[in-house]
Design a protein around this ligand. Structure first.
Ligand SMILES: NC(=O)c1ccc[n+]([C@@H]2O[C@H](COP(=O)([O-])OP(=O)(O)OC[C@H]3O[C@@H](n4cnc5c(N)ncnc54)[C@H](OP(=O)(O)O)[C@@H]3O)[C@@H](O)[C@H]2O)c1
Length: 332
């Protein structure tokens, strides 16, 4: 009887609610293990692949036998990730190439080397990103935050598009965030001529631009066999807060242990968009952290804003209307 009373104790109510909240926060419908897709003969590029979500996605692509290129800004961290992924998957076809998405010169160097070395590109995962970056303007006259999280990937994707078209069917995956709902679009943010209200608003705005870019690019890619989708990975325990104060990092860490997904769990929605058969032929969409199709914010779906952002981005990075290098900014 006493044992029964223990099971009926009121303390179980908040405990159950708490556990449900933990499980809900970590939920995810799709599991890579249930997806048989093999990527032998395919080439994939993952930006920011030396840690967090990007590393887990690269590992999953390599496990499926893709030629996997880790595009990272740090040689040391990139080489360590390549070694780890080769060891874990037994796939020797995993390589590092240097890419700093905040520098358009670095993006151009990466693209030039890639196009010299590779014939095809089937999967491009635009994952690199950082939160809490300062309002700095780079030597190229771009906002560090917007170049890192958005413009670098805009240029990279455009420079690699021909290779992706000739490898079709091929997929572009843009890692955005649920935080894009709080973002604002102002093309002057890109050059740092105007600034968002604070770092957080800035981050949210870069993630909004990731979705606008996805929708507009999908429109331009119709009929090419190249698809592009954006996704929200959810709340994931990674190094994303590395630019914040120790206090904010500690809070993120503690909350992370309780409620956030592990980097592996947090990589599922990205991997889903990159490999799943269910996503074949789908383009211009936004997937949630449980891999379900979701509706992005009304701003993210506005085609006029998307077009304006595209045109402003082209001008800033030196591309013409067809996504080609303008005379003044040819790949060196
Ligand atoms: N964690 C979350 O809860 C969460 C939620 C929503 C969306 N996201 C998005 O998920 C993506 C991956 O982030 P994460 O959570 O995995 O964080 P992370 O562990 O910090 O990984 C970010 C990766 O991006 C790289 N990176 C940062 N700036 C770069 C640059 N200028 N050039 C090249 N690489 C750069 C980092 O390289 P270094 O090691 O050199 O810094 C790192 O490899 C980001 O786009 C982020 O916005 C994350």
């Amino acid at each position: 009887m006493e044992l029964l009373a223990l099971f009926w104790h009121p303390v179980w109510v908040p405990c159950t609610l708490f556990l449900s909240a933990v499980l809900w926060a970590r939920r995810g419908a799709w599991r890579p293990a249930a997806c048989p897709v093999d990527l032998r003969g395919k080439t994939a590029v993952v930006t920011g692949a030396n840690s967090g979500i990007g590393k887990c996605v690269a590992l999953e692509l390599a496990r499926r036998n893709a030629r996997t290129i880790l595009a990272c800004r740090s040689r040391e961290r990139g080489e360590a990730a390549v070694e780890e992924i080769r060891r874990a998957t037994g796939n020797p076809d995993v390589h590092l190439r240097i890419l700093d998405t905040s520098s358009m010169a670095s993006v151009r160097n990466f693209a030039r080397q890639f196009l010299q070395e590779e014939r095809q590109l089937h999967i491009l995962v635009n994952n690199a990103g950082s939160a809490g970056l300062p309002f700095e303007v780079t030597s190229e006259g771009l906002s560090l935050m917007f170049a890192t999280n958005y413009l670098g990937h805009f240029l990279l994707t455009n420079l690699l598009l021909d290779a992706m078209k000739s490898s079709a069917p091929s997929r572009i995956v843009n890692v955005s965030s649920f935080r894009h709902h709080k973002g604002k679009v102002n093309v002057h943010f890109l050059s740092g001529k105007e600034q968002p209200k604070n770092f957080d608003k800035g981050y949210c705005s870069t993630k909004l631009m990731n979705v606008l870019f996805t929708v507009e690019l999908a429109r331009r890619l119709q009929g090419t066999g190249v698809t592009v989708n954006a996704l929200n990975p959810g709340l994931v325990r990674t190094e994303i807060m590395q630019n914040y104060s120790w206090c904010a990092r500690l809070l993120f860490h503690v909350m992370g242990i309780l409620f956030f997904k592990s980097p592996t769990q947090g990589s599922f929605s990205t991997t889903y968009c990159a490999v799943s058969e269910e996503v074949e032929g789908i383009s211009g969409k936004y997937f949630d952290s449980d891999c379900s199709l979701a509706s992005p914010s009304p701003l993210a779906r506005d085609p006029t804003i998307g077009r304006k952002l595209w045109e402003a981005s082209e001008k800033l990075v030196g591309l013409d209307d067809g996504g080609r290098e303008t005379a003044s900014r040819k790949v060196a």
